[in-house]
Ligand binder design. Sequence first.
Ligand SMILES: Nc1nc2c(ncn2[C@@H]2O[C@H](COP(=O)(O)OP(=O)(O)O)[C@@H](O)[C@H]2O)c(=O)[nH]1
Ligand SMILES: [Mg+2]
Length: 243
Amino acid sequence: MNDAALPDISVVVPVHDEAGAAVDLAREIAQAFDGRAYEMIFVDDASRDPTLQELRSAMADLPTLRVLAHATNAGQSRAVRTGVLAARAPIVVTLDGDGQNPPADAPRLADALMAAPPDVAMVGGRRASRQDSASKRQASLWANRIRRRLLGDDADDTGCGLKAFRRDAFLRLPYFDHIHRYLPALMIREGYRNAYLDVGHRHRETGRSKYTNWGRLRASLSDLVGVMWLKSRARRPGAIAEF
Ligand SMILES: Nc1nc2c(ncn2[C@@H]2O[C@H](COP(=O)(O)OP(=O)(O)O)[C@@H](O)[C@H]2O)c(=O)[nH]1
Ligand SMILES: [Mg+2]
């Protein structure tokens, strides 16, 4: 793709140790967006398995695939940010790299965002029937309830990796590790609105989850306090006039 043909949609996929899944996912994304002006950006976060080599080999027959790689492991949120910074489209769609989010749902989220008023910055996916263990589903249910009560955001599934957002809105948000779970609250803080659509969810077929319930809980407690502080320090100027 040259500069004269900039994409309308950039699909950003963070991957860490997802050999055997990442390339299949790239092919599914290519099918889902066939005929549209899109690019996909896989961000390898210093995988220790052959994820990066597999993705690089697939570039030969997937012309819309771009591959970026971190030298050092920096986490899912940093990988998403790296992809969004490199994205050339105004609309970004993110998906988990393990194939649990069905790519066929991604164009629907992007289209809903393109059709929405400009103050809607994000259309988040809501996993209607989640294919994870009972303990993970239970932990997630409580985490969402508590976060929603404390932050007053409007999301019941912030952990869903499938989201469409406006690139410029995302880049106005502060960055911290695990920010991907606080995008709804931080978009509202910036004066935007969010919308949600039900999406599918699949079993993880290869590799293993990078998160444990305990690890998530530990990070979430300090993140919650941090986001509450950010909210308490937000001031907005209303409409800005230029003369
Ligand atoms: N870039 C990057 N991606 C990660 C990291 N940990 C997890 N991911 C990606 O984030 C997504 C969700 O992680 P996953 O382990 O499937 O979490 P789960 O679905 O909640 O069990 C997958 O695409 C992972 O490859 C990380 O340290 N760096
Ligand atoms: Mg997963």
